[in-house]
Design a protein around this ligand. Structure first.
Ligand SMILES: *Cc1c(COP(=O)(O)O)cnc(C)c1O
Length: 358
């Protein structure tokens, strides 16, 4: 019925498939796939960078970025919960010989500027050379504000460091922040990138492509990145079939992310209401979403009944057990995306209501 596991589960729409079908193709390792060149140009202009590079995954664009900024033995400052640190198999250390310096996150998803500043190592042979600050926006569905993004970029410049945005869901952040700044989501996305040396952007999440991520930066950086992409096995041939989807997504699927955010809010509001009304859902707490991701906590006892019930009725979520101050809880993650509409939200709420009433 509804697959909330991730915004990666989206299927290319009919119009996107048509664009893929119709794409002009070349050989991208020879740098002559016209559709890929067009996507890279389009994205670079959209986000205010000199150049861009298409790669098979966001894990790879992040790794390419870190390897392009850092030499063997250099250090990158990351968050404990950053994708680059925790969810990429340790690739920066394994493949890049880069030393991660993880920092605890604040409750708003930021790294405290003072924590970043004090993690930067002095030039001393005892220490790895601090070279790079990585920032993730959005992080767990939370939006890092423009002022914070600027502060980190300034700190990096001041300390002579490079800075990279893992912006797998940067467009969600841009769509969420745009109204407050009276900018369009596109202008907002560009503002968020200003002062950064590189950005990794996923096409295969909320933007709805089947495959692919983009890495953006200076022309000189992208030239180095292209060699590393080749080294990592990410040089591909008739990529136009994939990058046509990327072009379609950047042209048609940015502004509509606001619908996913509205659906996430509707789901969160509905669940909050059910929890307040139905004793069976007493242990359910809902964390108000800032973008397209809703987290809910439930007791293990409720999880034991609710999770199989949802699965049985075709509602897919991810769940993980964690230790909260009040004891063990199950945290459910509900991700809204292009293939979930308001009817799916309403049906899911009705289903949970039925579960709690029975
Ligand atoms: C999804 C994601 C990535 C990259 O994921 P791939 O599955 O490798 O494309 C990178 N960073 C963040 C924050 C992500 O959410």
């Amino acid at each position: 019925m509804a697959d909330f596991r991730s915004d990666t589960v989206t299927q290319p729409s009919a119009a996107m498939r048509q664009a893929m079908h119709d794409a002009a193709l070349g050989d991208d390792v020879f740098n002559d796939d016209p559709t890929t060149l067009e996507l890279q140009r389009y994205a670079a202009e959209l986000l205010g960078f000199e150049a861009a590079l298409f790669a098979p995954s966001g894990t790879q664009t992040n790794l390419i970025a870190m390897m392009s900024h850092c030499q063997r033995g250099d250090e990158a400052i990351v968050g404990q919960q950053w994708h680059t640190y925790k969810w990429e198999g340790g690739g920066m250390a394994v493949l890049g010989s880069i030393v991660p310096q993880p920092l605890e996150l604040q409750s708003d998803g930021t790294l405290a500027l003072s924590d970043i500043a004090s993690a930067i190592k002095p030039d001393d042979p005892h220490f790895a050379r601090t070279r790079l600050i990585v920032i993730e926006n959005t992080i767990g569905g939370k939006v890092l504000p423009l002022s914070y993004m600027r502060d980190v970029a300034h700190l990096a410049k001041e300390k002579g460091l490079k800075c990279h945005i893992d912006g797998a869901r940067l467009m969600n952040a841009a769509v969420a922040l745009a109204p407050d700044h009276q900018l369009s989501p596109r202008q907002m996305a560009r503002e968020l990138c200003q002062g950064y040396d590189s950005l990794s952007l996923c096409l295969s999440k909320g933007l709805g492509c089947p495959v692919g991520s983009l890495l953006l930066g200076s022309a000189e950086f992208i030239a180095r990145a292209t060699r590393i992409r080749k080294m990592l096995g990410g040089g591909m041939r008739q990529t136009g079939v994939l990058t046509a989807a990327g072009l379609y997504a950047l042209k048609h699927n940015i502004e509509r992310l606001a619908e996913d955010h509205a659906n996430a809010r509707a789901l969160a509001d509905g669940l909050t209401q059910l929890a307040s009304q139905l004793p069976a859902l007493q242990s359910l707490t809902v964390i108000a979403p800032q973008t397209n991701i809703v987290f809910t906590d439930i007791s293990p006892a409720l999880a034991e009944r609710l999770l199989p019930y949802l699965a049985q009725h075709g509602v897919k979520v991810t769940a993980s057990r964690y230790q909260a101050t009040q004891g063990t809880l199950m945290r459910l993650r509900w991700v809204c995306h292009l293939d979930i509409n308001r009817v799916d939200i309403n049906n899911t709420l009705l289903l949970i209501q039925k579960f709690a009433g029975s």
